[in-house]
Each structure stands twice: as structure tokens, then as C-alpha cells.
Design a protein around this ligand. Structure first.
Ligand code: PHE
Ligand code: NA
Length: 460
């Protein structure tokens, strides 16, 4: 094979298939699993939504993840260069790399505000441990949250802490940084999650949560709900951000991409379901509203933690878990851009990580200010669709609803229609039946489904 030379390890490879799985799972498992999945499930009626979501993971998420890992491993460079190399090897326009450029730009923008939210989780560890929620009321807990969002200095402090943690790991490179961090953080996250689930079984409302999550009520599922499920499948697997390309670029040629992608998707799904089983019993036991939206974990859970036995302990554990989940995702958002700067400039790994980290940190200040000082600033407010959207809201909207699906759509079309079938067949090393299935999904099902969501989002 043409890239056997670079496979000798000069560039560095994950030390095992498990290391890659942990890193990719570390990227996938994040606020999306612990914060978003429970509340969108709550808003969309439970079981039926979960079923559609699982279907989307299987027939759209996994095939796209395989396509992204393929590009990274076949190109063996940063996502943009890898895309160009794969295009050149298949005699098609190098302009296809626009997909990776959009994805990396999205990763950079997302990290700038993801770090701000990661900072919330970090600050809540201290609040929980200090007993600030103890005996709390909806009002006092709500005030604490608004006080945090209203304080630029506090937000800046925690945003800085979070970004520093991310830069620290990425600057140490593949083995000393990324691998070491995920092999400690991921098992820890799993144990913490099981501890909180264990607590949830004692609330007396565990059965209610199980039936809420697993009894499909198709009457409660709307078309909107199905589209949310598809969009979330994308977000939760960290697709459309060049992340799996960057991580795939360090993957050994002997590793089976299909089985690996399936493992990552299963782990991500298990964590999301466990998060549901950790959170909903607490929600039901305290008479909280399952469909209460984004505030679910920052406003309602502290209320629950504040009024349960050993709530300070479990509250602190929960927010540590959230911080770890966000940290490994933050690392994955920084890596593609750092890999690119490292390869394309004379900066070494550390310099690249610090440089990109500082730029991203600076962009994050815009999101911080739009939560308070600039909360009335709505730059696109003259358009009806963007009425009332702050700069933070706009960054979130454009990345999640436009850049990610667009990048994913282009990747699916590129791999499905412009890369030689033979290359795909040998790189993915799937048996005939499985290959035909994957090929049909990536050529037809995935692009159509993503396009539907994309245009639906644009209209809405
Ligand atoms: N996949 C992560 C989650 O579910 C979200 C994420 C998005 C992580 C983008 C990294 C990059 O929370
Ligand atoms: Na996820």
C-alpha cells in the first residue's frame, strides 16, 4: 500500500485500537449525552424518540463516522491535507477539502463556547461540594445560575481554567497527552456515572424512568422530534467537525474501521442511556418537569441534589463527571486545528496548541459577554429567523445547524460517489454483504437524510 511508509510510526500512531476507541468515545461522550440527550428525550415524549434516535445512529451516524475515519487514515495528515490527498489519489478536484475546512472552522468556533459551558460544570463542582445547593429552592438555585451567567469575571475565570486544561493535554501530543488523558478520564467517567445511576435506583422512581425511556409512545413523536433525533445523532457522535478524520489519521492500518466505529457508537449510546437512567429518577422523585429544556441539569438537578441525602457528594460527583466528559470533547475539538497548524507552519506541537488555544479563548470572550453585557446585542435581529438571538446563540446556530450538516453531507457524497469503490472496499475491509450495505447507506440514505435536516433547519 502507498502509505505503508508513513505507517511505520514516524508520525505517531495510537498505541492500540482501544486507545483510539477511548479517544473517539471521549470526543463523542460529552454535554450531548449528559445534558442534551435527557432533555431532548424529555421534550419529545420518551421511548419513541429514543427508538428513532437509535435508528439514526445506526444507519447515518456509523456510516459517516466510518467515512471520516477512512479519510484521516488514508490521508495520514491533518484533515484538510488528508482530504486533498484522498481527492488527488482519486483524480477528483482538491476543492472537496472545503468539507474539512468547514468542519475545522466549526470545531474552532464550537470549542470557543463549549469551553464556556465546560466552565459552568467546573464552577458547579465547587458549589455542590460546598453545600451551596443544600436545602435550595427553585428560586435560590435559579439565582445561583443567573449570578454565574451575569458575571463576566466568573465566567472568564472558569472559561480560562477549562481552556487551559484542554491546551495542556493537546500540547503534550498524541501519546503523552491525548492517550494518557482518555485512559484515565474515560474509565473514571464511567464509574462516576454508575455511582449516580446507583443512587438513582434508591429514589423509588427508577422504574418510572425505565418505562419513560424505553416504552415507545408513537403518538408523542412529531416530525420535528424525528429531525431532532437525526441532528442529535450527528452532534453526539462528533461528526461533521473533522474530529474523526484527525483521530483516524493516527489509526493503524490493521484496525477494522467498521467494528471500531460501531464500538464507539455503542459506548456513546450506552452513556446517553445511563445518563437518562441517572437523571430521570431524580427528576421524577422531585416532581421536576422532564421536558423543562436546556436548564434541566444546571437548574433542576442542583435543586434535587440540594434536597437529597448525601446530595453534596453526589452533586459534586455529577459535575466532576460532566467536567470530564466536556474535557475529553474539548480536547478533540482542539486537536484537528492544532494538527493542521503543526503541519503547515514552523510551530511545534506545544506552540501550535498554545497559539490555537489563545485564539479560541479570545473568541470565547464574545460568548461570555453575550450572556450578560451584550445580552441585548442581536446582530442579525433584523431577520425574523434570528430575532432575539445573541452572538452566542448565533455561533451555536450556525455551527450546529449549518456547518456540521454541510460538512457531513459533503463528506458522504465525496466518499460515496467520488472515491473509487475498490479503495473503499480495501480500506474498510468489510465482508461483501456488509460493504454493500455501508455503500448504499453512504451513497443514498445518508445524503438524503442529512439534506432533509439541513434544509428543514434552514427553513425553520
Ligand atoms: N459529541 C459531543 C457530545 O455529545 C459534543 C461534541 C461536539 C464534542 C463537538 C466535540 C465536538 O457532547
Ligand atoms: Na455524545
Amino acid at each position: 500500500q502507498s502509505n505503508s511508509a508513513s505507517d511505520s510510526g514516524a508520525r505517531g500512531l495510537w498505541s492500540s485500537r482501544l486507545a483510539f476507541i477511548l479517544a473517539a468515545t471521549g470526543s463523542a461522550v460529552g454535554l450531548g449525552n449528559v445534558w442534551k440527550f435527557p432533555y431532548v428525550t424529555g421534550e419529545n415524549g420518551g421511548g419513541a424518540f429514543v427508538l428513532v434516535y437509535l435508528l439514526c445512529i445506526a444507519i447515518i451516524g456509523v456510516p459517516i463516522m466510518m467515512a471520516e475515519v477512512f479519510i484521516g487514515r488514508n490521508g495520514r495528515h491533518n484533515p484538510i491535507t488528508s482530504f486533498r490527498l484522498v481527492a488527488e489519489r482519486n483524480l477528483v478536484s482538491p476543492l472537496w477539502r472545503i468539507s474539512a475546512i468547514i468542519g475545522m472552522l466549526a470545531a474552532f468556533i464550537i470549542l470557543s463556547f463549549y469551553s464556556v459551558i465546560g466552565g459552568w460544570a467546573a464552577s458547579y463542582i465547587g458549589h455542590a461540594a460546598a453545600g451551596d445547593f443544600t436545602g435550595g429552592t427553585a428560586e435560590s438555585v435559579g439565582e445561583l445560575f443567573s449570578a454565574l451567567l451575569g458575571s463576566p469575571t466568573q465566567l472568564l475565570l472558569w472559561h480560562t481554567v477549562f481552556m487551559a486544561l484542554v491546551v495542556l493535554v493537546v500540547s503534550r501530543g498524541l501519546k503523552g497527552g491525548l492517550e494518557r488523558a482518555v485512559t484515565i478520564l474515560m474509565p473514571a467517567l464511567f464509574v462516576l456515572l454508575l455511582a449516580v445511576v446507583g443512587y438513582a435506583t434508591t429514589t423509588g422512581h427508577f422504574g418510572e424512568a425505565v418505562s419513560f425511556l424505553f416504552t415507545p409512545d408513537f403518538g408523542a413523536l412529531t416530525v420535528d422530534g424525528a429531525l431532532v433525533a437525526l441532528g442529535h445523532a450527528f452532534f453526539t457522535l462528533s461528526l461533521g467537525m473533522a474530529i474523526m478524520m484527525a483521530y483516524g489519521s493516527y489509526l493503524g492500518r490493521d484496525v477494522h474501521i467498521g467494528r471500531t466505529a460501531v464500538s464507539v457508537a455503542i459506548m456513546d449510546t450506552v452513556v446517553a442511556l445511563l445518563a437518562g437512567l441517572a437523571i430521570f429518577p431524580v427528576v421524577f422523585a422531585n416532581g421536576l418537569e422532564a421536558g423543562s429544556g436546556p436548564g434541566l441539569i444546571f437548574q433542576t438537578l442542583p435543586l434535587a441534589f440540594g434536597n437529597m441525602p448525601m446530595g453534596s457528594l453526589f452533586g459534586a460527583l455529577f459535575f466532576i463527571l460532566l467536567l470530564f466528559a466536556a474535557w475529553t470533547s474539548g480536547i478533540s475539538l482542539l486537536e484537528p486545528v492544532v494538527e493542521w497548524v503543526e503541519e503547515r507552519t514552523s510551530f511545534a506541537r506545544t506552540g501550535s496548541a498554545v497559539l490555537v488555544g489563545i485564539l479560541c479563548w479570545a473568541l470565547g470572550i464574545v460568548s461570555i459577554l453575550s450572556l450578560n453585557v451584550w445580552s441585548d446585542v442581536t446582530p442579525l435581529g433584523m431577520f425574523q429567523a434570528f430575532e432575539g438571538k445573541t452572538i452566542f446563540d448565533l455561533l451555536d446556530f450556525f455551527t450546529a445547524n449549518i456547518m456540521l450538516p454541510l460538512s457531513g453531507l459533503l463528506t458522504a457524497i465525496f466518499v460515496g460517489w467520488f472515491v473509487a469503490r475498490e479503495t473503499m472496499k480495501s480500506d474498510l475491509a468489510l465482508e461483501n454483504g456488509a460493504f454493500t450495505l455501508w455503500y448504499n447507506l453512504i451513497r443514498f440514505v445518508t445524503p438524503v437524510a442529512v439534506a432533509v435536516v439541513f434544509f428543514y433547519n434552514l427553513m425553520a
